[in-house]
Design a binder for this molecule. Structure first.
Ligand code: ADP
Ligand code: MG
Length: 589
């Protein structure tokens, strides 16, 4: 506890003692507010993302007074998304702080999304009086928050007594970070904050969590089995997922890829773990390698919908064996049979594989790697001219070609990306060169992460952030550009404005006065929103204008929003996942 806070409380307690009769020895007191702050700081947690209000307003103030960075948002969902991605970027749980009931509910989408994506975060919400809530007597913002949070996160705890704060925070940190990371809910009833206790006892009750994410070594026989399967491969493939990026085993992974000579495919957020222009990247031959591979090594990636569940047309008829590295044993066989499960942390598992491979590892057959190289060359050659086009209005390729060149020149910038077409095209067009630089919609494909992710990326890394947003996606978190301006963060938002969801050309089939359900105000000026808060707004109609504006923003670090005018005919329904959007075949009269 800081000396100022302790002094104030000690003074208070002695004054009270004097009023009560003047004979009590002044015991130093601490309280719930300070114990929570001290417990977080003791565990090297220095940043809180939240929205102030009852009953946590003073908590936020005190945390700031005690030297924590407290970033206030306009809506809890974005504070939650910021906390989640801060967790991904730092391996420490990101903290989101909200008020009770409605604020808590607003934070839940982010908590559930963090859990789904395996990002460590802790949602801390104030809550109303337990006695009244449990008897359902109608308290201010009455809600049984703990019960509601439980199914949406990895673990949920409530702390009722000041002396339990140390344990409560320690449990929350461990639950968030250990094993498969995820979201944790921590319920703090209003009464807890003001509870006092002896300061020395309070300090002793706090816990500095030792080794919050312990390494988990794979069993030697599991390693041997994996090596056996790998040795039998004629067309091996490595798939890197965001778990691999999160694990920060960058060197080991590079060594495994290069020593084995096996082509690899990065999942979206694993792009840059090895540079996308690495000769072994099969990114530009994705369809081919998924269909033709005979042994697939999954490293921190799941066989969920993003990989067509490991079966069907995407994977072709070629029989396949899977080796899967994951810290979560239950992940194995979740979609298809895993021939060689390797359960443990990625760093330890990859090191064990490297060691067992020995020195004389034979590279994959040349007909396999040759076929991949040929396919890559054809695909890249076909793409190149599209990325140079100067069409006005811009299409996705022309605009993204410009941004691709910027990221190539600034590989340490962080790219945030969401939308439908804007997401799909940017993912394949913009190459990444460094680990953990691409942040996007993740496992759910959720819209609305944009500004929250961008803010946390800037706060946590201090690097310039480029957020490439569909106009629809931007709308979910757009108000947070005020937050970006308020903290003067080096964020450049590019809104791909094609007047609507998917595209801006739909019409109301009834001919009635309402516009179609997917259409927005034509030629909206998102750039003026940024100007309203003191940031820089740019209206860009050509790839050159777009380039210039983004380069200037990255150079100056000033909050910037570029309204990039995109041809309203350019998008397709749901981007590349239109197959997931059921369409009625029945036409009614
Ligand atoms: P992607 O969407 O990129 O394919 P997923 O989020 O589906 O990636 O998969 C990430 C996987 O990584 C999860 O199954 C998670 O359990 C695993 N994981 C996360 N951190 C580690 C780690 N340190 N060691 C091993 N596995 C991890
Ligand atoms: Mg759009």
């Amino acid at each position: 506890m800081s000396s100022t806070a302790t002094d104030t409380l000690a003074k208070q307690s002695s004054e009270e003692g004097e009023i009560a009769g003047g004979h009590s020895a002044a015991t130093e007191l601490t309280d719930g507010f300070h114990l929570i702050i001290d417990a977080l700081k003791l565990n090297d947690i220095d940043t809180i993302y939240g929205v102030p209000g009852i009953p946590i307003t003073d908590f936020g103030r005190l945390a700031q007074a005690e030297g924590m960075r407290v970033i206030s948002f306009r809506h809890e969902q974005h504070a939650g998304n910021a906390a989640a991605i801060a967790g991904y970027l730092t391996q420490k749980p990101g903290i989101c702080l909200t008020v009770s009931a409605p604020g808590f509910l607003n934070g839940l989408t982010a908590l559930a999304n963090a859990t789904t994506n395996c990002f460590p975060m802790i949602l801390i919400s104030g809550s109303s009086e337990r006695e009244i809530v449990d008897l359902q007597q109608g308290d201010y913002e009455e809600m049984d928050q703990l019960a509601i949070a439980k199914p949406l996160c990895k673990a949920a705890f409530r702390i009722l007594h000041a002396e339990d704060i140390g344990i409560g925070i320690a449990r929350a940190i461990r639950a968030a970070c250990s094993g498969r990371p995820g979201g944790v809910y921590l319920d703090l009833p209003a009464k807890l904050f003001g509870q006092t206790m002896d300061a020395t006892a309070g300090e002793k009750s706090l816990i500095k969590v030792v080794d919050p994410a312990p390494r988990q070594l794979p069993a030697p026989d599991a390693v041997a089995r994996a090596i056996d399967v790998l040795k039998g491969a004629r067309r091996p493939l490595i798939i890197l997922g965001k778990g691999a990026a999160y694990a920060r085993a960058d060197e080991e992974i590079r060594a495994l890829v290069e020593k084995s000579g096996i082509p690899y495919l990065p999942m979206s957020m694993a792009k840059g773990l090895l540079p996308d222009d690495h000769p072994q990247s099969a990114g530009a031959a994705r369809s081919l390698v998924l269909k033709e591979a005979d042994v697939v090594v999954m490293i921190g990636a799941r066989l969920n919908w993003l990989l067509s569940h490991g079966k069907g047309k995407t994977w072709g008829d070629q029989p396949k064996q899977f080796i899967q590295i994951d810290i979560e044993p239950k992940e194995m066989d979740s979609n298809v049979e895993i021939a060689a499960p390797l359960v443990g942390d990625i760093g330890s598992c990859v090191s064990a594989l490297l060691e067992s491979m020995g020195d004389g590892w034979t590279a994959p057959p040349a007909d396999w790697t040759g076929a991949i190289d040929a396919k890559k060359e054809t695909n890249l050659a076909r793409m190149a001219p599209k990325l140079q086009n100067n069409n006005v209005p811009m299409d996705f390729h022309g605009a993204l070609g410009a941004l691709r060149r910027i990221i190539k020149e600034r590989p340490d910038a962080i790219l945030v990306n969401e939308g439908a077409n804007t997401l799909d095209f940017a993912r394949s067009i913009i190459d990444m060169y460094q680990p953990r630089k691409r942040l996007d919609v993740g496992t759910w494909g959720v819209m609305g992460i944009g500004m929250g992710f961008a803010i946390a990326a800037a706060v946590e890394t201090g690097k310039p952030v480029l957020a490439v947003e569909g106009d629809s996606a931007f709308g979910f978190s757009g108000m947070e550009i005020e937050t970006i301006c308020r903290y003067n963060l080096p964020v450049c938002v590019v809104v791909f404005n094609n007047n609507g969801i998917y595209r801006g050309t739909d019409v109301n089939p009834t001919g009635g006065p309402d516009v179609a359900t997917t259409v927005f105000v034509k030629d909206s000026r998102y750039d003026k929103m940024m100007e309203a808060f003191g940031g820089i707004g740019v209206y860009a109609t050509t790839p050159d204008e777009l380039s210039r504006a983004v380069n200037e923003a990255m150079e100056s670090g000033r909050p910037t929003l570029v309204n990039a005018v995109i041809d309203e005919n350019a998008g397709t329904e749901s981007g590349r996942i239109g197959n997931l959007n059921p369409q009625s075949a029945v036409s009614k009269k």
